[in-house]
Ligand binder design. Structure first.
Ligand code: 1GP
Length: 229
């Protein structure tokens, strides 16, 4: 298990509201991915997250919970990632939810050790985009959000979230050259090795979600492609 975040290249993101067989879960956990992240927008429940945590915990893979709802926080993950949506029109998604959550869990903070991600949601059709009442950024906006994530907020991660659609590799490249210390995460529409390789050229870490459920065999290709094999 590789716990050094700055060496990670690939993450599989599992949605606790979607079904996955034990056999496929075992293959994913043993695939060589650097981590399994559990996260989703719709129908995320405490029971769903806990059940998935128990199933993943049979393997030695690094386990991350990406927190989208405070009532679905489950103890036992290796890492807790908390999105701050930089391009939401509502302060709630950038600051207030996080403030409320920290207030509730402050006594456990050393145990949970949360990591904040500067999210920039770039697909207007994505559920997360609509849920967080975000505003679609143009190229310049995106570059400025990346600058702010690193230079203003000193966030460890800037996450270009295209969830459900393949993004613009040229923009990922530009954002990448803007960042020096903040890690660049890219997620959205990666369905095969070629796409994984293309985005991984620029992003530090690629995240593969939906294709696990739509074309499992091809989604597995993304692990080796991200690791340069
Ligand atoms: C979603 O960024 C991840 O939060 C991955 O996106 O589901 O489109 O692969 P996909």
């Amino acid at each position: 298990m590789n716990t050094k975040r700055n060496e990670w290249k690939h993450i599989f993101k599992l949605d606790p509201a979607k079904e996955i067989s034990d056999e496929k879960l075992e293959i994913l956990c043993k695939s060589g991915t650097d981590a399994i992240m559990v996260g989703g927008t719709d129908h995320v429940t405490y029971q769903g997250v806990e059940e998935l945590l128990n199933r993943i915990s049979k393997y030695s893979v690094h386990r991350i919970l990406e927190i989208s709802r405070m009532d679905a926080i489950t103890i036992g993950f290796d890492d807790y990632f908390i999105p701050m949506v930089l391009n939401s029109k509502e302060k709630k998604w950038m600051m207030d939810m996080q403030h409320q959550g920290l207030k509730q869990y402050m006594d456990y903070i050393d145990y949970v050790n949360p990591t904040f991600e500067g999210y920039c949601i770039l697909n207007g059709e994505a559920k997360a985009f609509q849920y967080t009442n975000s505003k679609l950024p143009d190229e310049k906006d995106t570059l400025v959000y990346a600058y702010m994530a690193e230079q203003v907020f000193h966030l460890p991660i800037f996450y270009m979230e295209y969830s459900g659609t393949y993004g613009d590799p040229e923009l990922v490249k530009q954002v990448s050259s803007q960042l020096n210390h903040t890690l660049l995460f890219y997620g959205g529409g990666i369905e095969n090795g070629l796409q994984a390789k293309e985005m991984k050229q620029h992003a530090d870490v690629i995240i593969v979600g939906n294709s696990i459920y739509t074309d499992f065999e091809r989604s597995l290709e993304t692990v080796q492609a991200a690791h340069g094999n």
